[in-house]
Design a binder for this molecule. Structure first.
Ligand code: TYM
Length: 324
């Protein structure tokens, strides 16, 4: 089984990224083969400052390694270091209908907010399909918001196979049921574009402040409350074990507590949960050369695999004319 996923270096990773995606990357890195990449070509659709993009790319690598991604087990690389993917993207573009991309919600949403829709944003799912299909990926661990894009990759793989023979592996999305859509501080999906995130490596004091400001309702303390569907409860559930979760659910159903106490519990649990990774990150920061080495080695391995798949594609559709 081959696992693959990508994450954009658009800023520091937040709890949604961690529980929806990164935690799965780490759990699945023991699979036969795992490829994880920093999607800087995708980030180019929003990050227009070269220094910021470079710094974000480095931060993304440090964060992933600190959180437990093991380069001895998984191949970690930067998307733009594998040019074969961009070439495959073009081939896929020739079989992608305009309507298919117009229906993608990420594009529709951004357009409805008045964000100028350039071709990068519009064809974003095709590049994502190329990312996935270039490595014969079977399983793609992601949060719920990416499932529709993986559907596009599946459709394109099937359409290509139908026309040219069995060239692509048809991938499947893998979503964590308990963290498919991690809520942000206002209850909406946690997302940088909604300004409701809490970052994994946020400074402890700043994280506490954000947690204490999580929006809650104004029901009186004594009133029993249903925990399911409550975003503060959902956030706590991500950090605690089953026994603590049960106790918390019982407290909700009994009533007689203040949201302030629950927020304090969340702040304590989150701080303890990420403390070892915070320590590892500090250590890694003093070895920037080691990070470059890991990414260079990863890119080499990723390119070899992508080259094989691209050769197959070129043969199948008649592109390999001078090199049959
Ligand atoms: P990105 O960078 O927006 O997000 C990275 C991962 O984090 C997940 N995620 C969440 N999961 C649960 N709850 C949330 N609130 C939450 N917010 C984010 C995302 O679902 C994602 O898994 N297009 C991709 C990057 C990409 C990619 C790929 C992924 C490029 N090529 C190929 C998989 C395969 C993206 O923008 O993810």
């Amino acid at each position: 089984m081959r696992v693959l996923s990508g994450i954009q270096p658009t800023g520091r990773f937040h709890w949604g990224n961690y529980f929806g995606a990164i935690r799965q990357y780490i759990a699945l890195q023991h699979a036969d083969e795992a490829y994880y990449f920093i999607a800087n070509l995708h980030a180019l659709t929003t990050v227009r400052d070269r220094e910021v993009l470079r710094r974000n790319t480095q931060d993304a690598a440090l964060d992933l390694l600190a959180l437990g991604l093991d380069p001895a087990k998984a191949t970690l690389f930067v998307q733009s270091d594998v040019p074969e993917v961009s070439e495959l993207c073009w081939v896929l573009m020739t079989i992608t209908s305009q309507g298919r991309l117009e229906r993608c919600h990420a594009f529709k949403e951004k357009k409805s907010k008045g964000i100028a829709a350039d071709m990068g944003l519009y064809t974003y799912p095709v590049l994502m399909a190329a990312d996935i299909l270039a490595y014969d990926s079977n399983v793609v661990p992601v949060g719920e918001d990416q499932v529709q894009h993986i559907e596009v990759a599946r459709d394109l793989a099937k359409a290509f196979n139908h026309r040219y023979g069995e060239v692509f592996v048809v991938p499947e999305a893998k979503v964590m049921p308990d963290a498919a859509r991690v809520p942000g501080t206002n209850g909406e999906k946690m997302s940088k574009s909604y300004n409701n995130t809490i970052e994994v490596f946020e400074e402890v004091k700043a994280a506490r402040k954000k947690i204490m400001r999580i929006e809650t309702d104004s029901r009186p303390m004594e009133q029993p409350k249903e925990p399911e569907g409550d975003h503060l409860y959902q956030l706590c559930s991500l950090f605690v074990d089953d026994a603590k979760r049960q106790t918390l659910a019982t407290r909700y159903r009994t009533g007689g507590f203040g949201y302030g106490e629950i927020k304090k519990l969340l702040a304590d649990e989150a701080e303890a949960f990420f403390a070892p990774a915070r320590e590892r990150r500090r250590e890694l920061e003093s070895h920037p050369d080691r990070v470059i080495e890991i990414l260079t080695d990863g890119a080499g391995r990723a390119r070899r695999k992508a080259r094989q798949v691209l050769d197959r594609v070129q043969q199948a559709c008649g592109l390999a004319y001078t090199n049959p």
